[in-house]
Design a protein around this ligand. Structure first.
Ligand code: SF4
Ligand code: SF4
Ligand code: FES
Length: 259
């Protein structure tokens, strides 16, 4: 097979530059394999973060030829021929080489109000399969933070970070808000402090998600609808809530065994 040329960003918070490595290409390799071979031969101090090498831990996120991707899931033979450029995620501060400081995301995670179920009824909680499935999509998130990396609200406006939780956490809010046993109301928080209104549904986050979560369509847009309902038409929102509760109670009654 032909040689492969890797152009890798090296440096730290004080700056850096690209280093180029040319090595033989092996069949079936992913970008992370090539990075590991470079570490094993020419640059043992090249820093990169990885864990599972199976697309499940979310730690090997980087930008490959300018696009956020998991290094362990990007096959070399699926990249265009020629030089392959690997850079750290642009949105987060650099620690060293390909490793960035993603702690902003953990700060945002701590701000999400937890699930608050009502007291356990005697017969236990009842959840319908459709409600389980609705939240299941959001639980596939592997916290690679590539959606956060690509979201222009964070990427291009450092000043927004503090006031914007970003797509990864909008799916967490959506999961909790759609949970039938949750009694917390996060809509005011989303509107006033988490910057939901900054999102202009460009769908860039959805495009890069390795778990194919429909971040914009299934989480952000429904959240925006709920927040708008609550902010501008509380009577309509209350009416829908009562109607839903009534329908649910009737459904529940239908599945309960007769006394
Ligand atoms: S859809 Fe919203 S959250 Fe997703 S990348 Fe665009 S602005 Fe960011
Ligand atoms: S939603 Fe998708 S892109 Fe965002 S952190 Fe989770 S897995 Fe990664
Ligand atoms: S090493 Fe775990 S997702 Fe790539």
């Amino acid at each position: 097979m032909a040689d492969v040329t890797m152009r890798i960003w090296r440096g730290d918070a004080n700056g850096g530059n690209f280093e180029t490595f040319t090595l033989a290409q092996n069949e079936g390799e992913v970008v992370l394999d090539v990075i590991h071979r470079i570490q094993a031969t020419e640059a043992p101090d090249l820093a990169c973060r990885w864990n599972c090498k199976a697309g499940k831990c979310g730690s090997c996120s980087a930008e490959i030829n300018g696009k956020p991707r998991l290094m362990c899931m990007t096959r070399m033979d699926q990249l265009p021929e020629g030089e392959v450029t690997v850079t750290p995620m642009k949105t987060f501060p650099i620690i060293r080489d390909l490793v960035t400081d993603v702690s902003f995301n953990y700060v945002q995670a701590q701000k999400v109000p937890a699930l608050l179920p009502p007291p356990m009824p005697e017969r236990g909680y009842v959840m319908f399969q459709e409600d389980v499935e609705r939240g299941q999509e959001f639980r596939k998130c592997i916290e690679c933070f590539m959606c956060q990396d690509v979201c222009h609200v964070i990427r291009d406006h450092e000043e927004n970070k503090e006031h914007y939780s970003g797509p990864r956490f909008f799916i967490r809010y959506a999961e909790l808000e759609m949970h039938p046993l949750d009694t917390n109301d996060r809509r005011h928080l989303l509107r006033e402090e988490m910057g939901l209104g900054y999102c202009n549904i460009t769908k860039c986050c959805t495009e890069v998600c390795p778990e194919h979560i429909h971040i914009t369509d299934n989480a952000i847009i429904p959240l925006k609808e709920r927040v708008v309902d609550a902010a501008y038409d509380p009577v309509a929102w209350l009416g829908r809530k009562i109607r839903r509760k009534h329908n649910r109670t009737a459904d529940e009654a239908a599945v309960q065994p007769a006394p």
